[in-house]
Design a protein around this ligand. Structure first.
Ligand SMILES: Nc1ncnc2c1ncn2[C@@H]1O[C@H](COP(=O)(O)OP(=O)(O)O)[C@@H](O)[C@H]1O
Ligand SMILES: [Mg+2]
Length: 413
């Protein structure tokens, strides 16, 4: 898969951009606040149908779009795969309320659901703030897992979306049951909940099994990368931390595992059916508690992912350097896992990450660029890259939302 063309209209500070990608490597240079991140974010948006952070979609619409008769925002790309061209497009148009926007997705000119877009142009995005995956909250890590998994696995994406709808419905039912102060064992509560429980279990079990299995694979690759980054001093472990035991261990061992007290061991793969059994039992046993809370307490929406280096939790005890290495190792592992599972390497998007990294981390990161068919890399400083690297790349300069080819003749070095 090769991204050959990007077209932006009223996307953030880009009034109008038509950009051809001509080389496996694109290097985009510009000072701060010129549009480097915005350009990568636009590609990521087409790839995942999600904005980079969980920002409101309307935030990506150019402030100046309002001066148009119809203030729309459009992001479109052409990709090449096996000699065929694929056209991907997202258009945001204002709703009647004047605040929100409607998202319309087209693939080869045909209207589709957002979900259909995901997986057609797979990307892995590296940001300076990736360290948040290690030191931030669990929602950040779930979002990370979801974006990675959705790109590889359509069944996951459908199950996740269905699960999220079911949780919302089930939560409002639990809340109303709490307000009615129904006895949790009353037949009415049972009958109503049984319907939603089964849907919750069906979709949630698939999500949990896939996350667990994915983390097992990520761990193997991330461990190698982390060892390399730490000069062989540290062994990285990734632990899937679900809100109940999905059958990954015997119950007493599972408790130790959650406390970080179980010695490192290889965990078996999980099947959705096995998780479903454990999930059903958990819900049945905790029905009273859930009604009391008026919310769904168990399931993938409460999952977390833990990073350990030499058995120490990096979120609590890691230095900035260790956390940065672990986040980088995770992303590099994702590239490998995605390449293996889909038989094609993802498009790499590296946003101004070089300046943050020391020599060892830089060279580890640059080594993956050699393994992928395409990467788009941004920088404020050409000097972050060797002349040899720059010679291989398509060089672009961005200034105030305008992208121009960079003159080789005046190139430094
Ligand atoms: N919705 C928007 N409409 C117009 N301009 C925007 C919008 N959102 C952000 N910007 C502008 O985009 C610029 C930041 O671009 P960014 O890609 O983050 O820069 P950098 O090159 O530093 O990565 C800022 O000047 C900001 O004001
Ligand atoms: Mg930026």
């Amino acid at each position: 898969m090769f991204l050959s063309h990007l077209s932006l209209t009223h996307y953030r500070n880009y009034r109008h951009l038509e950009l051809d990608f001509t080389q496996p490597l694109t290097l985009l240079q510009g000072s701060n606040a010129q549009g480097k991140t915005n350009l990568l974010e636009a590609i990521f948006f087409l790839s995942t149908s999600k904005s980079v952070h969980a920002v409101q979609e309307r935030e990506v619409v150019d402030w100046q779009a309002g001066e148009e008769p119809i203030p729309y925002c459009r992001v479109a790309a052409q990709t090449q795969l096996d000699g065929r061209t694929l056209e991907l497009e997202i258009i945001l148009t204002p709703r009647g309320d004047g605040i929100n926007f409607t998202k319309q997705v087209q693939i080869n000119g045909v209207n589709k659901r957002s979900m259909d877009l995901v997986g057609l142009m797979r990307t892995v995005l590296f940001l300076p703030e990736d360290i948040k995956l290690v030191d931030g909250g669990p929602a950040e890590r779930r979002r990370y897992l979801d974006i990675a998994l959705c790109q590889m696995d359509g069944a996951y994406c459908r199950a996740l979306s269905a699960f999220q709808r079911v949780v919302t419905q089930r939560n409002s039912l639990l809340k109303s049951l709490r307000e009615q102060e129904l006895s949790p064992t009353a037949p009415a509560a049972d009958a109503q909940l049984a319907f939603w429980d089964e849907k919750l279990v069906q979709h949630g079990a698939l999500v949990m099994a896939r996350r667990h299995n994915f983390i097992r694979i990520l761990e193997v690759f991330a461990r190698d990368r982390h060892a390399e980054l730490s000069g062989g001093q540290e062994q990285l472990a990734l632990n899937y931390l679900p809100s109940f035991n999905p059958g990954m261990l015997a119950d007493p061992e599972f408790e130790l595992y959650c406390e970080g007290l179980l010695p490192e061991m290889a965990l078996p793969e999980l099947e959705p059916a096995q998780v479903a059994d454990a999930y059903r039992r958990k819900l049945a046993a905790r029905r009273r508690r859930e009604i009391g809370a008026g919310t769904t307490l168990y399931g993938p929406h409460r999952d977390d992912l833990r990073f350990l280096a030499n058995d120490r939790d990096l979120r609590a005890y890691g230095s900035r350097g260790q956390q940065r290495s672990a986040a980088l190792a995770l992303k590099l592992a994702e590239v490998r896992a995605m390449t293996d599972s889909t038989a094609t390497a993802p498009l790499l998007l590296l946003d101004d990450v070089m300046s943050e990294l020391d020599a060892q981390r830089r060279s580890t990161l640059l080594s993956v660029l050699a393994d992928v068919p395409q990467a788009v890399v941004t920088t404020t400083d050409w000097e972050d890259f060797t002349p040899e690297f720059r010679r291989r790349a398509q060089l672009l300069h961005v200034s105030a939302g305008t992208v121009q080819p960079y003159q080789q003749a005046t190139q430094p070095g």
